[in-house]
Design a protein around this ligand. Structure first.
Ligand code: PMP
Length: 314
């Protein structure tokens, strides 16, 4: 992450200096992981910076707060405006945006409902998540030995900090074994998702992705892929997938805000298809980046344009 002390962070309605966006060591979140957050991208388009699916990310943040009984004081529109102001204030056309809600009240008790929360929006410069060439050459992955949480353990529809403990283990295990990523199975042994991304398979021209019941985060890019596939006349099936389906698929790709659309070339050192990014993966990738970068018409109104100097006077 490119730390940049010159940048501003949005903190409950104010744009504060990067180095002033601090919290106390006794904050509830530090001890009990009581955070919910979003990962959003802004892209440079011919008419300036634009945030991709800002409203859907804002809504999911509100959903996560609701699940964790956090009395979030803002509307989805307020969150969108906070993201716009943050991007504009930092004069960044293309960046990653991290809205974050945390229990910063000081408490040593586990229960959190009466602990004060604070909201931040943090911007930073970000390139391809899995490395420089990953989106064009594809990546090599393994099936993780760590599973996604079982239903009624921790809520997977919430994008909560605590959910990323098993993601960290998955990612570190993959890196130690020289893979770019890990794919987690669910508690029943069916395919779930990557450490921070959803997964699609292609077989005989049809797209397959894992259902919410497989303990996935309901990805916004996943939804975009499903909508774009429909627009392109490609069938999509949301269904339980067996691990071995990963090996026999014609193509596989990850999707997510950070990873965008990244082809997968092998799983557990078994080549997927011919071991190269496949045509449907590349078609979806092209469509996604085309819409995000304003080169393909935004028929679904996915872009929120960031007006230049939007924060003057704020
Ligand atoms: N699954 C997990 C565990 C994630 O962290 C993410 C990234 N937010 C995704 C899936 C993809 O979600 P989205 O497309 O909304 O970024």
């Amino acid at each position: 992450m490119a730390k940049n002390s010159a940048m501003k962070i949005w903190r409950d309605g104010h744009l504060v200096n990067w180095d002033d966006a601090n919290i106390h060591i006794l904050s509830h979140v530090v001890h009990y992981g009581s955070s919910v957050f979003e990962g959003v991208r802004a892209y440079e388009t011919p008419s300036g910076g634009a945030i991709f699916r800002a409203r859907e990310h804002a809504r999911r943040l509100l959903d996560s707060c609701k699940i964790y009984r956090m009395p979030f004081p803002y509307s989805a529109d307020d969150v969108v405006q906070a993201m716009v102001d943050t991007v504009a204030a930092n004069d960044m056309k293309e960046c990653y945006i991290r809205p974050l809600v945390i229990r910063t009240g000081q408490s040593m008790g586990v229960g959190g409902s009466d602990i004060p929360i604070e909201t931040f929006v943090i911007p930073w410069k970000a390139g391809p998540y899995l490395g420089h060439e990953s989106t064009t050459t594809g990546v090599h992955v393994r099936v993780s030995s760590w599973r996604r949480p079982a239903p009624d353990t921790t809520p997977t529809l919430a994008k909560a900090g605590g959910n990323y403990l098993s993601s960290q283990l998955t990612k570190m295990e993959a890196k130690v074994d020289e893979y770019a990523e890990g794919i987690m199975l669910d508690s029943f042994g069916f395919v779930s998702e990557g450490s921070g991304m959803n997964i699609f398979a292609v077989r005989d021209g049809c797209l397959y992705t894992t259902p919410l019941s497989a303990g996935i985060l309901q990805g916004i890019t996943r939804d975009s892929v499903m909508v774009m596939a429909k627009d392109l006349g490609i069938d999509v099936r949301e269904q339980v997938l067996l691990r071995e389906f990963l090996y026999t698929a014609d193509e596989l790709f990850f999707c997510g805000t950070a990873v965008e659309v990244t082809p997968i070339c092998s799983v557990d050192r078994i080549e997927v298809g011919d071991g190269k990014p496949g045509p449907i993966s590349l078609k979806i990738q092209k469509q996604y980046l085309g819409i995000a970068r304003g080169k393909i018409p935004d028929t679904h109104r996915w872009l929120t344009h960031v007006p230049e100097l939007a924060v003057a006077g704020r």
